[in-house]
Design a protein around this ligand. Structure first.
Ligand SMILES: Nc1ncnc2c1ncn2[C@@H]1O[C@H](COP(=O)(O)OP(=O)(O)O)[C@@H](O)[C@H]1O
Ligand SMILES: [Mg+2]
Length: 268
């Protein structure tokens, strides 16, 4: 086995009643690598991401993280390992503020004698800092998420994933609901996260984004992995589309050690 794999999932199966959402999928990712996960609707992309993030348990199959077998029984276990996820629905609570969403479930608590108090000001300060770091315009960290645009919500979800020590981030169609400008901002954030050495799994239907952002492309079709190819070998987006539709049956390359790219000079 390639020792540089950060995560390796073997023969993952998932059935929902009679529906076989995943039929024996092998997936791996190295430290610092960006893998685009593509496929038609219903191909099994979200199911795979949910399994890798502990949100769903596989029917069978094994997952190794950092060379050790792990049971990702819930998202807390995954987060402990440094696996953060931005789900398709973003998983934000619209009745809470920006800062509360970023800190949900991991609030900073201060002890004062026998009392435990929420360090609200500290949370707002740090939330504002991480948003600024991602060059994201969110009006106030005390604003309710309900009043934010799609792009701003996306930013909050990314900021939440970014604030924590993480080795891997899973993004399920992060820009599906965004306009052109917002998509560009969100992609800048992802690029920044990637350049810090975090492994990224990016689900997207945008072929230009796949070609620009990914080191490797994994193609799902009807619950199976039918493509696993370094992006540089694909040549063009057409090759990916052929795998998605089935015009190309299968193209799976042997894993090779991932060589981190040179960080692109501080993009904007
Ligand atoms: N919670 C669920 N219950 C039943 N079937 C599901 C559930 N989640 C996904 N599926 C089914 O599993 C298959 C794969 O879905 P999904 O992973 O969401 O695909 P994708 O993200 O590639 O569009 C689809 O046939 C879908 O209907
Ligand atoms: Mg999906």
């Amino acid at each position: 086995m390639n020792p540089s794999f950060l995560m390796k999932a073997s023969d993952i199966r998932k059935s929902y009643g009679a529906v076989e959402a995943l039929r024996g999928v092998n997936f791996h990712i190295s430290r610092g690598e960006t893998v685009a996960l593509v496929g038609d609707n219903g191909a099994g992309k979200s199911t795979l991401v949910k399994i890798l993030s502990g949100a769903t348990r596989p029917t069978s199959g094994g997952i190794e993280f950092d060379g050790k077998n792990v049971a990702l029984d819930n998202t807390d276990i995954a987060r402990e390992l440094g696996i953060e996820t931005v789900y398709q629905d973003l998983g934000l609570c619209s009745n809470l503020t920006v800062a509360e969403n970023i800190y949900l479930g991991r609030e900073i608590v201060r002890r004062l004698g026998p009392f435990r108090m929420l360090a609200k000001r500290e949370m707002h300060r740090r939330a504002a800092h991480v948003l600024k770091d991602l060059s994201i315009n969110v009006p106030r960290t005390s604003a309710n998420v309900a009043g934010l645009s799609g792009g701003q919500r996306q930013a909050v979800a990314l900021a939440r994933a970014r604030l924590w020590e993480r080795s891997m981030i899973l993004l399920d169609e992060p820009t599906a609901a965004l306009g052109v400008q917002e998509t560009r901002r969100a992609m800048d954030s992802v690029r920044q996260i990637r350049n810090e050495g975090t492994a990224v799994v990016l689900i997207t239907h945008s072929m230009p984004m796949v070609m620009e952002m990914s080191d490797r492309v994994v193609v799902m079709r009807r619950g199976e992995k039918v493509g696993d190819v370094p992006t540089s070998k694909l040549g063009s987006a057409d090759a990916i589309v052929s795998l998605i539709t089935g015009a190309t049956e299968r193209w799976i390359e042997e894993p090779t050690p991932f060589e981190p790219r040179i960080a692109e000079g501080a993009a904007s």
